[in-house]
Write a protein of this length. Structure first.
Length: 447
């Protein structure tokens, strides 16, 4: 915070000097200027193209600078102390907001915010909105509709459900999965779920993505301020809910639980692609992995998503785990003209036909805004599913609180514990205690 105060002081002094130097000279353009500090080097040329198009169309200057890989925070820090400070920058989530909140304008009145499909995804404080997600990804349980349809139409089905749309909580999911597992041979599969990949370095779907759910519910139901120090400890209240779904993955799988330690994510996706299984937990990025498997049997129209149900009360209204580490922020210390110009630019980017074409087809984003028509949205079947789930009425996406996990060491330790659990050498009570103590230890490491 001391560093930020110094930056603010430098900015104010610089602004005052600049104003004095400008007296009697040419007046600043009323249209304002947009200065964007881009996070993604691979997108630098695309943003330069957009800047040129926008300036030609509107007369408003858009200056794009791009930080080198792994240097965004340090670049932003140095830029904020100059009179060329960015008017548009990004934060990676609640922790990023905690660092930069003195520079974040309230965006709750902007046009872009009005068109956000799921406003629960924003970075908020009180009634203010300080970060708007401009690209999202999502994950959940991917399933093969062709095989689930075969199950629901079968004579051996022992459940009362007619289709996967009726499966909206853990109890129903467990009932269907266990019945499918009993009839795996009749369904032509080796098991319901793909391998639970617990090989070291391949366990991120569990120690990060699956672990997000209990952390999300703990913080949400305890009304924890995600930008505060209250996130530096957890009580793992929903440990048993994690265990519910993790046990289902392990016990109703193509492999015995004890073999999970030799399996990779690639193995799991190949099992799904070759129809050795019916379901696999992964994100929308997995379609390329599925479609790229030699001998892939799964048609795009049969690739569907189900939320990760764990038995939490009220989960019937739970959606997929949707989030991002990319939130737009507008510099609150910029001039009124520059702030307005920046608001207009980002709205143009996500509402004009030109901007939307670049967003979908050149930047490759799943854009979380209702300004996109069906023809303007991604055609990747998992991306389509993400957008469908985000637009479902009375459905709340699970935000990505794993951005608050204290360290990679914490996640690696949790993954190692999960492997021992799968192999039967560690009990769940010990794992719960490890998670609580490791979180606290890693949250204070280096302080």
């Amino acid at each position: 915070m001391k560093i930020l105060k110094k930056i603010i002081s430098s900015v104010m002094i610089g602004a005052s000097l600049f104003a004095l130097m400008s007296c009697g000279g040419a007046k600043a353009a009323k249209a304002g200027t947009v200065r964007y500090l881009n996070f993604k080097p691979e997108s630098a040329d695309i943003y330069q193209e957009l800047a040129a198009i926008y300036e030609k169309e509107t007369g408003v200057k858009v200056i794009v600078e791009t930080a080198a890989n792994n240097s965004y925070e340090s670049t932003l820090m140095s830029k904020m102390s100059t009179k060329e400070a960015p008017t548009l920058f990004q934060i990676n989530g609640p922790r990023g907001y905690a660092n930069w909140k003195d520079f974040c304008e309230d965006l709750s009145k902007t046009e872009l915010y009005k068109h956000l499909s799921d406003k629960s995804l924003c970075i908020t404080s009180g009634s203010g909105v300080y970060g708007i997600p401009y690209v999202v990804e999502g994950y959940g349980i991917i399933y093969n509709k062709a095989i689930t349809d075969k199950y629901f139409a079968s004579s051996f089905k022992a459940t009362s459900y007619k289709n996967m749309d009726e499966v909206n909580n853990f109890a129903k999911l467990q009932e269907v999965v266990e019945d499918m597992q009993k009839n795996a041979a009749a369904l032509g599969v080796k098991g319901v779920f793909a391998s639970t990949s617990l090989k070291a370095g391949e366990d991120w779907r569990w120690q990060t993505h699956l672990a997000n759910l209990p952390v999300y519910y703990e913080f949400k139901n305890n009304k924890v301020d995600l930008a505060s120090d209250a996130t530096k400890k957890i009580t793992f209240d929903y440990a048993d809910n994690f265990k519910n779904i993790f046990d289902l993955y392990l016990n109703d799988s193509v492999i015995p639980a004890k073999s999970a330690g030799i399996k990779t994510v690639t193995d799991s996706m190949a099992e799904f692609a070759l129809e050795d299984c019916i379901m696999v937990q992964n994100g929308n990025w997995a379609w390329g992995q599925i479609n790229g498997v030699s001998g892939n049997k799964v048609k795009a129209e049969n690739v569907k998503y189900l939320p990760i149900y764990t038995g939490v009360a009220g989960e019937e209204n739970q959606g997929l785990c949707v989030g991002t580490e990319n939130f737009y922020c507008i510099n609150s210390l910029a001039s009124a003209e520059d702030k307005k110009a920046t608001e207009d630019f980002i709205y143009w980017l996500y509402s004009s036909s030109t901007g939307k074409n670049y967003v979908t087809n050149k930047l490759g984003f799943i854009a979380p805004f209702d300004t996109f028509t069906a023809a303007e949205k991604p055609t990747d079947p998992l991306a389509v599913e993400i957008l469908n789930w985000m637009s479902k009425p009375n459905t709340t996406s699970v935000s990505w609180n794993f951005t608050l996990f204290p360290s990679q060491r914490f996640k690696d330790n949790f993954g190692a514990d999960l492997l021992q659990y799968a192999q039967g050498t560690k009990d769940w009570a010990s794992i719960k205690q490890d998670v609580i103590s490791d979180w606290a230890k890693e949250s204070t490491a280096g302080m």
